[in-house]
Design a protein around this ligand. Structure first.
Ligand code: NAP
Length: 249
C-alpha cells in the first residue's frame, strides 16, 4: 500500500530526541525523504541511523537566521522541494510567574515561537511556487489551556504558536498549503531535563513519568493526521482528554 507521505520531503526541527526523533522515523517508515534538524550533530547522526531510508541530518540552531536559511537551502538543494515542515523544536520554562527572568522568557520565545514563525516564512516561497505543502507546528495542550502551574511563560509561547497558526491558515486558504497545530500532552522525553528551570521541574514530573504518552505514540497519532486531519491535532486519547479536563480549570 502506498502511504500518503511516500516520496514527500519532510523537514523536522528538534529531530535529535524525543517527539522529533520519533516523528522522523515514523515519516521515514512511510517512505518520506526526511531532513533532520537540531543543534546536536552526534544525536542527529544517531537518529538518522535508527530510521529507515537515508535521512539527511542538518546541524542547526533554529534561533539563528543564517542556520534557518541554510536548513531550507540544504533541503531544497538535495530534494528540490519541501512538502512538509514540522516545527517541533522547543524548550520548557518552569518558574513561578513573579520569579520568571526576562532573559529566560525571551529565550523561550526565541525557540518556541519566533523560530516557528520564521521557519514557516522561510519555506513558504517554495511551497507557494508549487501550490502545495503542509506546515505542522508542534505546540502543546499548554497552547490551548493552562495544564499545570508555574509555566506561564511557556504557555504564552505555545498559545502564540496556536494564534499564529490560526492566522496563517486563514491567509493560506485556497493556496493548497495546509497549516496544523499538534497538541501533545505530557510525553516521556528529555524535555523535562532540558529546559529552563529543569532542576525544579524534575521532582514534579518524575512521579508521573510512567503515566505519560510515549514519543512513538505521539508520532504515530501525528503522522496519521498530517495534511489530512483537523487544524488542531490531538495525537493521543490522553492529550484529547487532558484538553477537555483543563478547559475550564
Ligand atoms: N514532552 C512533553 O511533555 C511535551 C508536551 C507537549 C508539547 N511538547 C513539545 O514537543 C516538542 C518536542 O519536545 P520533546 O518532548 O520531544 O523534548 P526534547 O526531547 O527535549 O526535544 C526537543 C528538541 O528540540 C531541539 N531544540 C531545542 N532548542 C533548539 C534550537 N535552538 N535549535 C534547534 N533545535 C533545538 C532539541 O535538540 P538539540 O538540543 O540537539 O538542539 C531536541 O531535538 C517541543 O516543542 C515541546 O514543547 C512536549
Amino acid at each position: 500500500m502506498r502511504h500518503r507521505l511516500d516520496g514527500s520531503v519532510v523537514v523536522i526541527t528538534g529531530a535529535s530526541s524525543g517527539i522529533g526523533a520519533a516523528l522522523a522515523c515514523r515519516c521515514a517508515e512511510q517512505g518520506a525523504r526526511v531532513v533532520l534538524a537540531a543543534r546536536r550533530a552526534d544525536r542527529l547522526a544517531g537518529v538518522a541511523r535508527t530510521c529507515t531510508g537515508e535521512p539527511l541530518p542538518v546541524a542547526c540552531d533554529v534561533t539563528l537566521a543564517a542556520d534557518r536559511a541554510r536548513l531550507v537551502e540544504t533541503a531544497l538543494e538535495h530534494y528540490g522541494q519541501i512538502d512538509v515542515l514540522i516545527n517541533n523544536a522547543g524548550i520548557g520554562l518552569y518558574a513561578p510567574f513573579e520569579a520568571t527572568a526576562e532573559t529566560d522568557l525571551r529565550a523561550v520565545f526565541e525557540v518556541d515561537f519566533f523560530a516557528v514563525f520564521l521557519m514557516s516564512q522561510a519555506v513558504l516561497p517554495s511551497m507557494r511556487a508549487v501550490g502545495r505543502g503542509a506546515i505542522v507546528n508542534v505546540a502543546s495542550t499548554g497552547g490551548l489551556v493552562a495544564h499545570t502551574t508555574n509555566v506561564s511563560g511557556y504557555l504564552a509561547a505555545k498559545h502564540a504558536v496556536v494564534g499564529m497558526s490560526r492566522g496563517l491558515r486563514r491567509d493560506l486558504a485556497g493556496t493548497g498549503i495546509t497549516v496544523q497545530v499538534v497538541c501533545p500532552h505530557l510525553t516521556n522525553t528529555d524535555f523535562f531535563g532540558a529546559g529552563i528551570g529543569a532542576d525544579a521541574m524534575q521532582p514534579v514530573v518524575e512521579p508521573v513519568r510512567e503515566k505519560m504518552d510515549t514519543p512513538e505514540e505521539v508520532a504515530t497519532g501525528t503522522v496519521s493526521q498530517i495534511g489530512a486531519g483537523p487544524f488542531l491535532v490531538f495525537p493521543t486519547q490522553r492529550a484529547q482528554a487532558a484538553f477537555a479536563r483543563f478547559l475550564e480549570a
